[in-house]
Design a protein around this ligand. Structure first.
Ligand code: UDP
Length: 235
C-alpha cells in the first residue's frame, strides 16, 4: 500500500446525505464501511470531521451571537458529528478513540499528540473532534495541523467532486481534472481547495493533499493502493 498513515478530512455537510440538515444514518454507515476496508489493510487512520451541517461560526453574523461564540458552537458541532461517526465505526466492528481540541471530559479524551500516535500504532481509528480548539480556524486547518503533528503521509480531503478541475465542472462541461498539481500552481490559479491557512501549513511541511470524491464507493481504498484517484497536490 502507498500510504501507511492517513488523515481523512470529511466535511460536516457531507454527512447530511440527501437530507437538508443533520446526519443521515445511511451516509454514516456507508462512510464506516469505506473506512473499515482500509483499516483492514493495516492503514493507520486519523479523521477530522467538520460541522457545517450543524453550525459554522461565520453564520453567526447578524444573529446576536458574536464570532468567537459562534466558532465555539461550530467546534461543538464537529464534536456531535465526530460522536456519530465514532458510533458508526464501532457498529462496523472497529476500535476507535475520539480526541477533542477542547476539554469535554465526560465525553472523550483531550488531544494529546503522543497518545494519538500511540492509538494509531495500535490500529485504533482516531477522530479529532472540536477542531484545533481555537476560534477563527476551520476543520481544514485542524486536518492540516493534526496531520503534521502525527506525521501522516497524506491529507485526504473527501469532497463531492472527484478532484480539482480547470473550472467548476458543475458549470463548465469543458472542465478537466488535474491528476496532480503543485502547491504553487494552486496559489497562482487561485484554486479553492481549502482555506489558505490550512493549505499553507501543508505546503510548508511538504505534506501532500489528495482531493477526491469520498461518496464514490472504493475510492478511499483505491487511493491507499496507489491508484490515480482525485487530484494530488504536491511540491
Ligand atoms: N471551528 C473553529 N476552530 C477550529 C475548527 C472549527 O472555530 O479549529 C468552528 C468554525 O466556526 C467552523 C465550524 O467550527 O466554521 C465548523 O467547522 P468547518 O466549517 O470547518 O466544517 P465543514 O465546513 O468542514 O463542515
Amino acid at each position: 500500500m502507498k500510504y501507511k498513515r492517513i488523515l481523512l478530512k470529511l466535511s460536516g455537510e457531507s454527512l447530511m446525505g440527501k437530507k437538508q440538515y443533520g446526519i443521515d444514518p445511511a451516509t454514516l454507515s456507508q462512510y464506516a464501511s469505506e473506512i473499515k476496508r482500509v483499516s483492514e489493510m493495516g492503514v493507520e487512520i486519523a479523521i477530522v470531521i467538520g460541522g457545517g451541517n450543524i453550525f459554522r461560526g461565520v453564520d453567526s453574523e447578524g444573529t446576536g451571537i458574536d464570532r468567537v461564540q459562534g466558532d465555539y458552537m461550530g467546534m461543538l458541532a464537529t464534536l456531535i458529528n465526530a460522536m456519530a461517526l465514532q458510533s458508526a465505526l464501532e457498529n462496523a466492528g472497529l476500535i476507535t478513540r475520539l480526541m477533542s481540541g477542547i476539554k469535554v471530559e465526560q465525553v472523550c479524551e483531550p488531544f494529546i499528540r503522543r497518545r494519538a500516535v500511540r492509538h494509531l500504532e495500535k490500529r485504533r481509528i482516531v477522530i479529532f473532534g472540536a477542531g484545533i480548539g481555537n476560534p477563527y480556524f476551520t476543520t481544514d486547518s485542524t486536518a492540516s495541523l493534526r496531520a503534521v503533528e502525527i506525521e501522516a503521509d497524506v491529507v485526504l480531503k473527501g469532497t463531492r467532486v472527484d478532484g480539482i478541475y480547470t473550472a467548476d465542472p458543475e458549470k463548465d462541461p469543458a472542465a478537466t481534472r488535474y491528476r496532480s498539481i503543485s502547491f504553487q500552481e494552486v496559489y497562482e490559479k487561485r484554486l479553492n481547495i481549502m482555506d489558505m491557512t490550512a493549505f499553507t501549513l501543508c505546503k510548508e511541511n511538504d505534506l501532500p493533499i489528495i482531493v477526491f470524491d469520498f461518496n464514490k464507493p472504493g475510492n478511499l481504498h483505491r487511493i491507499v493502493e496507489g491508484e490515480d484517484v482525485g487530484t494530488l497536490v504536491t511540491m
